[in-house]
Design a protein around this ligand. Structure first.
Ligand SMILES: C[S@@+](CC[C@H](N)C(=O)[O-])C[C@H]1O[C@@H](n2cnc3c(N)ncnc32)[C@H](O)[C@@H]1O
Ligand code: SF4
Length: 390
């Protein structure tokens, strides 16, 4: 191997690095997936979008999607660098490495960019996932959000809610498999999209889960360790303990709920469906059925006037959920959308938005508080919606 260049072959990805200054990893198809160059991290999603992350100053990080022009420039630079490295080391490479290099060489910027159109034919935009599911294989059993009216959330405004029929779902899965190709080895879990797939009435959900099992091996020893999904609280109140037990048996391992706030007034101000009390009840039922939960709290929700109650009542709600080591509390700092009624609502409630410093302070209060009140071993982690790319 040429000096300073290392190649690391894993079952489902390959990484080329040069003196830790530049690092690029590729999926089984030879498409770049993550990179580090000139102090900047890049993540290229299946959608073809590229997320750039870099530290601007201590404690200050930039996270943003690259523009079309920037993306093409960065991809060209990374591909050229990779080809040069491959040229330098090809002669001494093993046959497995040469096989990988062949796949990597097949890609140029135009072909990578054409993937964006292919993706759009297979998927509706994948607006968000929980942070521990960024590498899941998303199957859009539903499209959009059945509620779509929370004042702070713009993720699914671009589409009507729709539940797939078993036939159209199977067709979607076939297209997903073809598009992801050998890159599927990187995906360890199935995430049922979109915003609240578990709102699907049980008979239809049963059929769709059957299709998933016909198409994939799922289980602790299988390629996919389990099935995961979001649920809004409105839907959660509708399933019974027995129905959740059926989901446990079908391989559902964790359900993610946006509680956002344990305070009734803030909850109403946000226009969330249901109530904090119903959320607690739903979580208890889900956990009693043996399914873990991910609970999302919105840091800064409700503004100044309700800040104290938002923190205290959110922590009380978390405490009432009896979380355990398999559960996660996410803290999502609120990014105020410009084109929703959220700011007008704050005004109507006479509650100015929190400053950045106050949001940071509230984040620390919620983090420390949640660590104390969440059950033993439950994780408390940050949820940066800007850090997501699929
Ligand atoms: C798909 S949604 C939640 C799942 C489910 N639909 C529900 O409402 O329970 C994912 C999460 O993203 C977060 N989110 C949405 N809009 C946000 C915003 N503008 N700023 C910060 N977090 C946001 C919320 O915490 C929300 O629960
Ligand atoms: S927060 Fe959840 S329920 Fe509310 S609009 Fe967004 S996706 Fe739908």
């Amino acid at each position: 191997m040429a000096a300073n260049i290392t190649v690391n072959v894993q079952p489902h990805h390959l990484t080329i690095a040069e003196a830790m200054r530049t690092i690029v990893s590729f999926d089984g198809e030879g498409r770049p997936i993550v990179a580090f160059r000139n102090g900047i991290n890049y993540v290229r999603g299946l959608s073809g979008e590229v997320l750039q992350k870099r530290v601007l100053a201590p404690g200050q990080k930039e996270r943003r999607k690259l523009s079309d022009e920037e993306r093409r420039r960065v991809l060209a630079e990374l591909l050229t660098w990779s080809q040069q490295m491959i040229e330098r080391i090809a002669a001494t490479a093993s046959s497995t490495e040469r096989d990988w290099f062949e796949r990597i060489r097949r890609w140029d910027v135009d072909r990578l960019e054409a993937e964006r159109e292919r993706f759009r034919k297979v998927y509706k935009p994948i607006s968000i996932l929980p942070p521990d599911q960024y590498r899941a294989l998303v199957l859009q059993a539903t499209e959009g959000c059945s509620w779509n009216h929370c004042h702070f959330c713009t993720f699914y405004r671009d589409r009507a809610f729709r539940i797939h029929s078993p036939d159209s779902f199977r067709n979607h899965i076939q297209q997903v498999k073809e598009f992801v190709g050998a890159g599927i080895g990187l995906r360890m879990a199935i995430f049922l999209g979109d915003a609240n797939a578990l709102i699907i009435p049980q008979p239809r959900l049963r059929e769709l889960l059957r299709v998933v099992h016909e198409e994939f091996r799922i289980g602790p020893q299988a390629d996919f360790k389990g099935i995961y999904a979001f649920l809004d609280i409105f839907g959660a109140e509708r399933k019974t303990l027995d129905e959740y037990r059926e989901l446990t048996a079908a391989g559902v391992r964790r359900i993610y709920l946006g509680l956002e706030s344990g305070d009734e007034t803030v909850f109403r101000l946000l226009n969330k469906p249901g109530s904090p009390a119903e959320a607690i009840e739903a979580v208890r039922t889900i956990k009693a059925a043996g399914i873990a939960v991910g609970i999302i709290l919105l840091v800064g929700a409700g503004g100044e006037r309700f800040a104290h109650d938002h923190v205290q009542r959110s922590l009380a709600a978390i405490a009432a959920m009896n979380l355990g080591p398999e559960d996660i509390v996410y803290l999502s700092p609120l990014i105020i959308p410009t084109d929703t009624p959220y700011l007008a609502q704050l005004q109507a409630f006479d509650s100015p938005p929190l400053s950045e410093d106050a949001i940071l302070e509230q984040f620390n209060q919620l983090k420390q508080g949640a660590r104390m009140v969440a059950g033993p071993g439950a994780k408390v982690v940050i949820y940066h919606i800007e850090e997501f790319v699929y």
